[in-house]
Ligand binder design. Structure first.
Ligand code: FES
Length: 161
């Protein structure tokens, strides 16, 4: 597996708690977390979320994002991007082409800031906390962690590898 891909465990550790907390509060925060000393996987614990008020649901820990929802309107045009931070998604998204939207971790590798992102004119993510820049090319060694994504109709699916 290439370096830039997160393991499923790492992905869910980052994404599930935020999403669950946004919807249900602290009790679901714990449901999506995992005990490091147990053999239980995050997949076993990850709760399905069928509330689509924010434009996405979680089924079997696969994030299904409604690209017609207003929260994701910035992804319509090629080159459009967004940070899911404010709607409980620890992901950045970038419309690569008409058929592809890449998802990345929005946790800055420098100091873990998640909400200071911008996209530069030369198509790099810039964390404005301290100015570090990261490639949007997932095969680059300088990219943020990338997640597997695909578009089916108007649904963007994001999973880990
Ligand atoms: S936390 Fe992102 S550049 Fe420092």
């Amino acid at each position: 597996m290439e370096k830039s891909k997160n393991s499923r465990r790492e992905f869910l550790k980052k994404v599930c708690p935020t999403v669950a907390f946004a919807f249900f509060g602290i009790s679901f925060f714990e449901a999506c977390s995992t005990d490091e000393n147990s053999n239980e996987t995050i997949q076993d614990n990850c709760q399905e979320i069928s509330n689509s008020n924010l434009g996405y649901v979680i089924e079997d820990c696969v994030f299904k994002i409604d690209l017609n929802h207003q929260n994701f309107s910035s992804l319509v045009e090629i080159g459009g991007w967004m940070n899911g931070y404010n709607i409980g998604l620890d992901m950045l998204f970038l419309r690569i082409s008409s058929e592809s939207i890449q998802a990345y971790s929005n946790v800055c590798p420098h100091n873990y800031v998640q909400n200071q992102w911008g996209l530069t004119d030369d198509n790099k993510f810039r964390c404005n906390a301290h100015g570090n820049q990261y490639s949007t090319n997932c095969s680059s060694t300088s990219s943020l962690s990338c997640y597997t994504s695909s578009i089916n109709g108007n649904i963007l699916e994001v999973i880990s590898n």
